[in-house]
Design a protein around this ligand. Structure first.
Ligand code: KIV
Ligand code: ZN
Length: 503
């Protein structure tokens, strides 16, 4: 019988705490819903104590998600545990995830505690967390640089105190696959009670080994693996969920274990997370990159035509990469539109379909055919404008080789229309300056700007993602149009609306 490995997704905690990966409440909720559809076992929804925003998003995710355990991270401190409990307590299956560092470097320099104090705190805090919930995970931060006998003692004692999962993080991505496998085997052989709990691995990618180390841990007997969608996370990130899961699936003959995930939801989940954090998929990203299933060389194409398995170890369908079977256009009605979205796996409400259909119709006025990737872009880019304070009513932008770019922007907010003219270094700069004049919200710093065509061809939709900072706050904005100046304006306005909303 194949072992079932639990997938613990920490995109919304370890992933989200990475610079440039922050999401707002609605964005986190939509990622959590998609993770539920994907079928992960545990969603680590955040670190409830870290901010009121994090607390609220953990609480809302705990209320919303029904088919996964929902966890909050907490330091081994009573206040953290109380707040983590408050945030997750309405979940169908709540978990508190406690951690304390166990390596000499961390205990000495960061915690300034002796190993004896760390052990006592760990045991006391696991007992304390158990008063709140039955499902308590305990992590030894920097476990792979900890002294083995001490690590084993901490694990044995926290298991006795009631921890139901113990986690071995490679916090700084220092381990090698052979070391990870050996450590997991050794712990299984030397820690009393370890077979009564889940043994988890949590690997960072500083040396590009996070997935390899996690798989080595699983091979050696870990029963839970912690990961993030697209491998997002601090520094070089965490183990990538899609790579782990597809390695376990594709090489089931080797690993002899599986997960409960619906792998056909992987591509959609990956796209959603990239779009939420305003990043584009690297072309050669394993499993979900645009080139991951492309075969350009003649020899490969010849082999593929003869028999797919010559060069394909998994199929694009198995990860849910849409196979284009129909294109929509000007004459497609709401029914065909809704049917195609549902075939693509989107479970949308009637109100959402109405909103997207409106965008779709506007796009059809400018573009003959709308492909699946265009449809996905519509869903990912128009979802967050429902609460827009300011909408784009009109724009007029001029630029030329010998002339200064000038723009006229007209925005409406339901109370009136506001128009401003501005110059700039280029058409987009001029448009952004005019928006700033209208919104008058202090200095907006454009941190990043990226543009991506959603499909091939000259009439492709341009998807613009910007990161905008105002004071302490930074948000992502998205815009979509066949006109890249318009998508640039929409993205900036989307971000500015979010900043205004936060005030
Ligand atoms: O990397 C790490 O050590 C962590 C723990 C808090 C689990 O993220
Ligand atoms: Zn981590």
């Amino acid at each position: 019988m194949t072992r079932k490995i639990k997938i613990f997704d920490t995109t919304l905690r370890d992933g989200e705490q990475a610079p440039g990966c922050s999401m707002d409440l609605e964005e986190k909720l939509s990622v959590a819903r998609q993770l539920e559809t994907l079928g992960v076992d545990i969603i680590e929804a955040g670190f409830a104590l870290s901010s009121p925003g994090d607390f609220e998003s953990v609480r809302r995710i705990a209320q919303t998600v029904k088919n996964c355990t929902v966890a909050s991270l907490a330091r081994a401190v009573k206040k953290d545990i109380d707040i983590a409990y408050e945030a997750v307590r309405e979940a169908v299956n709540p978990r508190i995830h406690l951690f304390i560092a166990t390596s000499p470097i961390h205990m000495h320099y960061k915690l300034k505690k002796s190993p004896e104090d760390v052990l006592a705190t760990a045991v006391e805090m696991v007992r304390y967390a158990k008063r709140h919930v039955s499902d308590v995970e305990f992590s030894c931060e920097d476990a792979t640089r900890s002294e083995r006998v001490f690590l084993a003692t901490v694990l044995k004692e926290v298991i006795k105190a009631g921890a139901t999962t113990v986690n071995i993080p490679d916090t700084v991505g220092y381990a090698t696959p052979a070391e990870m496998a050996e450590l997991i085997s050794w712990l299984r052989a030397h820690v009393e009670g370890i077979d009564t709990v889940d043994l988890s691995v949590h690997c960072h990618n500083d040396l590009g080994l996070a997935v390899a180390n996690s798989l080595a841990g699983v091979y050696a007997g870990a029963t839970q693996v912690e990961c993030t969608v697209n491998g997002v996370g601090e520094r070089a990130g965490n183990a990538a969920l899609e790579e782990l899961v597809m390695a376990l699936n594709t090489r089931a003959d080797h690993y002899a274990c599986g997960t409960r995930l619906d792998t056909t939801q992987i591509y959609r989940t990956s796209r959603l997370v990239y779009s939420m954090i305003g990043q584009t998929v690297p072309l050669n990203k394993p499993v979900v990159g645009t080139n991951a299933f492309l075969h350009e060389s003649g020899i490969h194409q010849h082999g593929m035509l003869a028999e797919r398995s010559t060069y394909e170890i998994m199929t694009p369908e198995s990860v849910g990469i849409p196979v284009q079977s129909m294109v929509l256009g000007k004459h497609s009605g709401r029914h065909a539109f809704a049917t195609r979205l549902s075939e693509l796996g989107y479970a949308l409400t009637a109100a959402e379909i109405d909103a997207y259909f409106e965008t779709f119709k506007q796009i059809c006025d400018k573009k003959k055919t709308v492909s699946d990737s265009d449809l996905e872009a519509i869903v990912h880019n128009s979802a967050f404008d429902n609460t827009a304070r300011y909408r784009l009513e009109n724009f007029d932008v001029h630029s030329g080789k010998e002339s200064t770019a000038v723009s006229v922007i007209c925005l409406g907010n339901g109370k009136g229309s506001y128009e401003e003219v501005s110059l700039g270094d280029g058409p987009i700069d001029a448009a952004y300056n005019a928006i700033d004049k209208i919104l008058n919200m202090g200095t907006n710093e454009l941190v990043t700007y990226s543009i991506n065509a959603t499909s091939d061809g000259k009439d492709a939709l341009g998807e613009v993602v910007v990161k905008l900072r105002n004071g302490e706050r930074a948000v992502i904005g998205r815009g979509l149009s066949t006109d890249i100046i318009e998508s640039s304006i929409l993205a900036y306005l989307n971000a500015a609306n979010k900043l205004l909303e936060m005030r």
